[in-house]
Design a protein around this ligand. Sequence first.
Ligand code: ZN
Ligand code: FE
Ligand code: FE
Ligand code: ZN
Length: 265
Amino acid sequence: MPADYHTHTPLCRHATGEPEEYVEAAVAAGLTEYGISDHAPCRPEPFDDWRMSWSELPEYFDWIERAKTAAAGRLEIRAGMECDWLPGCGDFIAELAVQYDWDYLIGSVHYLGGWDFDNPKWLGKWAETDVDAVWTEYWKTYAQMAESGLFDILAHPDLVKKFSYAPKGDLDRFYEPAIEAIAANGSVIEINTAGLHKPCAEAYPAPRFLELARSAGIGLVISSDAHAPNEVARDFTKAHAIAKAAGYQETQLFNKRKRTAEPLP
Ligand code: ZN
Ligand code: FE
Ligand code: FE
Ligand code: ZN
């Protein structure tokens, strides 16, 4: 089983469970590595209601320590964060990067301007928005995140499809500039199985994006984005099949921000 590197903790205010429960779920799923990557603090504070604050970082480190204790001898625990890519975030991401001996940092685009477009709270906004314009803005932002070079793993590449608002027809015009930016920078992408349980009913990214990423030599990890213990490694068998269908034969492991390849099961 590959690692599951994209998972959350209750510090983000929308996840449940104790570190021991996540560790038991990871062991039961047959994972050899379990990575914790909760939503990182942003600035200025207060920022929003779905992340830890800067002052809660020590609690996050305690949570990771509890997971390590529970996992000892059975499972490797890796430590990361899911960081939001925001205009001008470079300074606080650099500050976050030295707060802990991270194994990886994940970059995500959840915000376009002040709109966290994947938040069900603002679902109504989608119906009154030009979908093509949102997609254009999203992919431009995603490419900028890749170009920043701040992150080891880029999360849920086509999260913008979450609520099934998508332009019709061929989407390559959106994918290609992002693929180019990711390949040039050397970060890896994830197959994020949470998408299977959202209105889009498809893992992130779409098979076509994955095929292009594989052709461009972009590395891959497989992630559940678990917000509860029973979501750890969810649908990984499906994800392996999706990865193989796109031509992938390996996934990447991260240790102290260095990566190595491991064959897909
Ligand atoms: Zn979350
Ligand atoms: Fe996310
Ligand atoms: Fe997440
Ligand atoms: Zn996520």
